[in-house]
Write a protein that binds this ligand. Structure first.
Ligand code: CA
Length: 301
């Protein structure tokens, strides 16, 4: 990993939200009904909830690694834990097992996930010991059925759907690419996978992502000190938001006007020297932008 970040780029005014420093902060989701931000610390097995109006933080402990969460329409959350899909009500502390698609793969854990435009929850897996192509991308439907949508995935990461609901974007981190698929909202199928963005090593490794109202992808780069805004139609980089930490993991839009980008980061694996040099590693950042995102889709089951 290249910790010396050479050419930067668009300096942006960012805010550091709270005092917490996650080991592996990930998966931010904005709840536009309650105006709260959720995110996870995968390795600390925690969910965080932040109320910007009251500047209040809550923390919920889980028994397993938590890779991703989505809001449910009926309230509460759906989670991708190490052992598969669960429902969780943070206010009552109730955890309910839904389905584990990989009971035979104890070395895998779930990683990033998100709901598609029709309210199905997609989440993928990765090997805890770094085995290549040992993971898959799954789709949990509102009726509880689970389908394996992609196999031979190494580190299943960022997901996003175009505003018109016809394209899905997906990152398998070690491929250093974003792939696009034709997505059918009716039956939740994907086809015609193709590479639309390919990243040079100096960018860092593509991790989590979100999409804005203009159809541009905002991608967090692990080892890249940055979030980049990329045009998936031309393959061009439009903007780089430089952050004072190397391990930038994911981002999502939130706030009353949906123009605030919340960015999660990590400190896992950094040396003492690196932590001294980048003391904000693991912090949650907020950057106010002149473009907006769409509210997170809720799981319909
Ligand atoms: Ca990730």
């Amino acid at each position: 990993m290249n910790m010396n970040n050479p050419k930067i780029l668009d300096e942006v005014p960012f805010e550091v939200i709270g005092e917490g420093r996650a080991l592996l902060g990930e998966g931010p989701v904005w709840d536009e009904k309650r105006q709260r931000l959720y995110w996870v610390d995968i390795l600390e097995r925690r969910i965080y909830r932040y109320d910007p109006a009251g500047n209040a933080f809550e923390r919920f402990e889980l028994p397993q690694y938590v890779g991703a969460l989505a809001l449910r329409e009926r309230g509460g959350l759906v989670l991708a834990l190490q052992d598969g899909f669960h429902f969780y009500d943070p206010d009552e502390g109730r955890l309910e097992r839904v389905h584990d698609p990989e009971p035979d793969l104890p070395d895998n854990r779930f990683n990033d996930g998100k709901c598609d435009p029709a309210g199905r929850f997609w989440a993928g897996t990765m090997s805890l010991s770094g085995r290549e192509q040992a993971g898959s991308l799954y789709r949990l439907d509102p009726d509880g059925r689970v389908s394996r949508m992609l196999e031979k995935v190494s580190i299943s990461n960022g997901l996003a759907w175009s505003g018109n609901g016809t394209t899905m974007y997906f990152i398998d981190t070690p491929t250093r690419c974003v792939r696009a698929f034709d997505y059918d909202a009716e039956d939740g199928s994907i086809r015609n996978g193709r590479v639309v963005l390919r990243f040079a090593e100096e960018e860092g490794s593509p991790d989590g992502m979100t999409i804005d109202e203009e159809g541009m992808l905002w991608i967090a780069f692990w080892g890249g000190h940055r979030v980049g805004r990329w045009d998936p139609r031309t393959g061009r980089r439009l903007k780089t938001l430089a952050l004072p930490v190397p391990l930038v993991t994911s981002c999502t839009f939130g706030g009353e006007r949906m123009n605030e980008l919340y960015v999660t980061t990590a400190r896992a694996g950094l040396s003492d020297e690196e932590l001294a040099r980048y003391p904000l590693s693991g912090a949650l950042f907020r950057i106010t932008l002149d473009v907006r995102g769409a509210p997170a889709v809720r799981f319909r089951g």
